[in-house]
Structures are given as C-alpha cells and as structure tokens.
Design a protein around this ligand. Sequence first.
Ligand SMILES: Nc1nc2c(ncn2[C@@H]2O[C@H](COP(=O)(O)OP(=O)(O)OP(=O)(O)O)[C@@H](O)[C@H]2O)c(=O)[nH]1
Ligand SMILES: [Mg+2]
Length: 230
Amino acid sequence: MVQYKEGNIYLKIVYYGMARSGKTTILNTLYKLTKEGTREIIPVGDLKKIDRASGATLYFDRGIFQSKKHKKVYYRVYTVAGQKGFTPLRIKVFNMLDAETDAVIFVVDSQIRFFEDNIEFLLELKSITKNRLIKDIPFIIMLNKQDLKDVISDEDFIQILKNEKLWYKAKNDLYIWNPLVYKTCALFNQEKDIYRSFYEIARRTALYHIYGDGKAPVDKKISDTSILTI
Ligand SMILES: Nc1nc2c(ncn2[C@@H]2O[C@H](COP(=O)(O)OP(=O)(O)OP(=O)(O)O)[C@@H](O)[C@H]2O)c(=O)[nH]1
Ligand SMILES: [Mg+2]
C-alpha cells in the first residue's frame, strides 16, 4: 500500500518467482544500470541482501530507488526467496515488510523443463494476492533467461495467463492493463529489457495510484495517453 512519510511517497514493487529464476540478478543489474545516472530513477544507498553464501536468497533483497523527475517518489523494490517451503517468508515479504505490496513483476525461469514449477509459483501468487492482480495490483511478466536454449515463448505464457484468468478480453475495460510479457536476460553484460520492464511497472504503479485511487484506472482518456509519471 502506498505510504506517505515526511512528505514523500513510497511505492512497493516485488519481484516474485521460483528459485533461481533470476530475481536477485535482475535487481543487481537494475541497480548497476540506474547507478550510472542516465535513467529516470536512481538508487538511494546500497542493496540490502539476506542470502546464503551460495547466493540463494534466504529472506529478501531490497533496493530503494528515487524518481529523478518527481523527487518525492520512492520505489521500494523487493525480491522474495524462491525456494519451495519458503512460502511463509514470501507472504511476510509481500504483506508486511514496510507496507503491503503495490505491484508485482513475475519472474519466470524460461527453460521449458521448469514449466510446471513456474505455474506452481503463479498459483501461489494468485492465492496470496487474493485475485487482486491486474484489478488492484499492477502486474507484468519477465520471461527471464531467454539467452538459454529450449525456452518458453511469450505466446505459450500468455496462454497460461488466459487459463488462469489473468488476461482480459479486448471488450473488457481492464484489457489495457493486461500484463506485458518481456523476454529478458538479467546477466549484466548481456542484459535485455531489465530497465524497460521496471520502468513499465513503475509507470503503471503510479497511474493506478494517481488516476485509479489504488485500482486499475479505466477512464478511456487515461488509457489513450502515454503519461509518463515515473
Ligand atoms: N543464463 C542466464 N542466467 C541467469 C539469468 N538470470 C540469472 N541467471 C543465473 O541464475 C542463477 C540464479 O540467479 P538468482 O538471481 O540468484 O536467482 P533468484 O531468483 O534470486 O533465486 P532465489 O533467491 O533462490 O529465489 C545465477 O547463477 C544467475 O547468474 C539470465 O537471464 N540468463
Ligand atoms: Mg534471490
């Protein structure tokens, strides 16, 4: 939930997905890219990580980013621990750390052999968000590790979203908020769409907040404009 503190606005965005899908790597790469200072957001302080020596997240990672245009707007960006059996910790990160979550980026390990595991995580996310994805919680997808062989296509993943009722038909007002599906690589030197996908979720989060009072805004005028509020 949007939090106001000392005149600033804090929005919470969570990278959610199975173990080793690349959530921590995405946050590391986003941090490096924005640290250069040439993007619309800039990191404040260092990343905080609670992890194992192996690099697997034990609880969460967190980075804080500030909008350069609207200096009062801050994004608190979390990753969850993806291991099976860590569901209670994910729920805690999602609902309790700092505030309730405002927006989700679902990170898929695109390798076909992990197809079922990704779906299991999507179902878990649906359950903890109590079917508020898209309607109240902006939602986008990263098909990560697209640099590897035998990876899932965006058409296949959109079919999963349709099966799970996470995709609105063109005649529905919410159609414009259907999740964009990015094919990404998180490795810094081969990075693809790491900033672009973050920018889109930040933009949607701000629009839900400003024009939808915390829900997906359905006023036609808003959808027609490409307001950049980050
Ligand atoms: N080839 C390739 N490897 C990646 C990519 N993203 C992450 N990796 C690698 O995948 C492994 C796991 O990445 P992490 O970022 O730790 O994954 P995670 O989702 O944070 O995992 P948990 O913290 O256990 O939930 C690491 O060895 C990364 O270098 C990618 O886009 N392509
Ligand atoms: Mg991690």
